[in-house]
Design a protein around this ligand. Structure first.
Ligand SMILES: Cc1cc2nc3c(=O)[nH]c(=O)nc-3n(C[C@H](O)[C@H](O)[C@H](O)COP(=O)(O)OP(=O)(O)OC[C@H]3O[C@@H](n4cnc5c(N)ncnc54)[C@H](O)[C@@H]3O)c2cc1C
Length: 527
């Protein structure tokens, strides 16, 4: 027999499997020995009151042999001799698109401008030492895309778009920890992600797909009827295929420019920009857990949102126990973001705090760029941060939080996890007022929700500018294709249809399914 039981335990109880077994047996009036197997299927923490609770959903088996509690297995067929599909970008969207193509009997040819993880780590170490931004190998570009050196949060709200559990299963199959399958807010961690994405690339090549690194797409080719015929890369090589999945992410500004220059329709969309804030983790723990964190609780996180003067201001990509990282891709621009290792054990808690920006908010001086105005404003914001760091490379301009809110220059800054270093700068002065004014108000309101949040023990760094894409590459909702180019399937964060690792992975699968249907139709018509 088996049953799924809901248990509410203290954090200490939930940390001990023998206690979970005992509690389960009490609830079902069994002796602990009668239970043949037990598996946690859902775990969440409720810290709303002083008495913190852990909610567990547990599958219990008794009076029957322990079932094989196996995990979903994936067998990928050999597709080396199947019709090719070009996939641009080895981020979550491109990797999951490639795996889905294999499942559907097509051969992915995956082109990635950046390097393999191992070489990428060396470049990232140099970036962290403030030795200059590497344009083609950084936190955004390379094997695994922007998701590789991240917190690896897999939580997504866009459940309606696809099968989130299947995405988690595929991550787990490629080496992510089992707990991502049941945690309410699963995350993989930057120490584990490189091996996971490398395993995914191995699955693709073992199945007969081809993966090329340091291969930058520079042109998309089509015939007179505007149907895809292939693409060109920066080394002059050409690749042929009738379908191209464009999963180049939202940091590939040159890809947007290429599409624009080739008169491929783009649409301006809303996005968000602001700063990254970092507090001592211990302070966030005390606020969220109402006292110091016990050894049985994870580093606390938060999720804040506020309307200020008609625009949302919200926390984005919060990284408990993490680090702030230089996440740009262009020399002479500064972009910050956050990551954390699987144990989330640094003494810092960081989060993006960003202001919603609508196309009509973009200052008039950018209007001459037309549809690219938002993108150009994003670049301008990143260049402002670079110009306001005293000419010190990738050092980030920074201000103590309360000083920012009160419009004071910071004479001292608290310690910070950002490895290239920080330098005091009046962010209140140079961040455009329609952003900084809303940030100031939001920080005051956040302090009402989390008493102690607004403090000079926290520091803000400029700038958090790549939380989402300023452009959409439109697609036909029926076919997934670009309305102007047959066989072009924009997907992932760069297409403006997803945001974050899991939703981009889902979107990659969607594009692969659409590309497969398109090629199957072509084949039917040919016959
Ligand atoms: C530091 C950091 C931390 C993050 N933390 C999280 C998190 O915890 N959880 C979360 O959900 N999201 C997080 N994100 C965001 C997440 O990484 C992205 O949403 C996700 O990676 C988008 O997936 P994608 O495949 O659409 O694009 P990307 O991951 O950006 O991948 C695009 C790929 O295309 C390649 N490419 C671009 N142009 C070309 C070209 N011309 N030719 C060939 N290849 C090209 C790029 O090199 C890149 O590898 C984080 C991002 C960063 C930078």
């Amino acid at each position: 027999m088996h049953h799924t039981l809901q248990l509410v335990l203290t954090p200490e109880e939930a940390a001990h499997p023998e206690v979970i077994r005992r509690k389960a047996s009490e609830a079902l009036a069994l002796s602990p020995d009668e239970i043949t197997a037990l598996r946690i299927v859902r775990k969440s923490i409720d810290a709303r009151s002083q008495r913190i609770k852990v909610n567990l959903s547990v599958e219990i088996y008794w009076k029957e042999a322990a079932p094989q509690l196996s995990f979903p297995d994936f067998s990928y067929p050999f597709v080396g001799d199947k019709p090719p599909v070009l996939v641009i970008g080895a981020g979550p969207a491109g990797l999951f698109a490639s795996l889905k193509l294999i499942e559907l009997g097509f051969k992915p040819i995956l082109l990635e401008r950046g390097k393999r993880v191992r070489a990428r780590k060396v470049d990232i170490a140099q970036i962290n030492r403030n030795k200059g931004m590497q344009a083609e190998s950084n936190y955004c570009f390379g094997e695994g895309g922007a998701g590789t050196f991240s917190d690896g949060k897999l939580y997504t709200r866009s459940k309606k778009k696809g099968n989130v559990q299947n995405i988690l299963n595929i991550f787990h199959y490629h080496g992510a920890n089992e707990n991502i399958l049941y945690e309410a807010h699963p995350h993989i961690g930057s120490d584990k992600l490189p091996a996971v994405v490398t395993a995914m690339v191995k699955t693709i090549t073992d199945s007969g797909g081809e993966v090329f690194f340091e291969k930058k797409l520079t042109d998309i080719l089509w015939d007179d009827a505007k149907n895809i015929t292939g693409c060109k890369t920066s080394d002059g090589e050409s690749f042929e295929a009738k379908a191209l999945i464009l999963a180049s992410g939202h940091s590939a500004q040159d890809v947007y420019q290429l599409l624009h220059d080739k008169a491929v329709r783009l649409e301006a969309k809303g996005f968000a920009m602001g700063v990254r804030v970092e507090h001592p983790q211990e302070l966030i723990d005390r606020i969220q857990y109402h006292s110091a964190r016990s050894e049985y609780l994870p580093a606390a996180s938060y999720n804040l949102v506020q309307q200020v003067e008609g625009r949302g201001v919200y926390s984005f990509c919060m990284c408990p126990g993490g680090h702030i990282v230089p996440a740009g891709s262009v020399p002479e621009e500064i972009v910050v973001n956050g990551m954390s290792a699987s144990h989330r054990n640094s003494p810092y808690a960081n989060s993006g705090i960003v202001v919603e920006i609508r196309p009509e908010d973009i200052p008039a001086e950018f209007s001459s760029y037309g549809v690219l105005a938002g993108l150009k404003f994003q670049q301008h914001f990143e260049q402002l941060a670079y110009r306001n760091n005293g000419g010190q490379g990738l050092k980030a301009p920074a201000q103590a939080l309360e000083d920012f809110v009160k419009g004071r220059v910071s004479t001292t800054l608290p310690p910070c996890s950002y490895l290239p270093g920080i330098i005091s700068s009046p962010l209140h002065f140079w961040i455009p007022e329609f952003i900084s004014g809303r940030l100031r108000e939001a920080f005051k309101l956040f302090d009402r929700k989390m008493k102690g949040y607004l403090t000079n023990d926290a520091v803000i760094l400029g700038v958090e500018s790549r939380s989402s894409s300023a452009l959409r590459i439109p697609r036909n909702p029926e076919t997934g294709q670009h309305p102007d180019v047959g066989g072009l399937f924009p997907c992932g964060e760069g297409s403006g249809y997803s945001g974050g690792i899991t939703s981009s992975a889902i979107d990659g699968e969607y594009a692969a399914t659409a590309a497969a249907a398109f090629l199957n139709n072509l084949e039917k018509e040919r016959k």
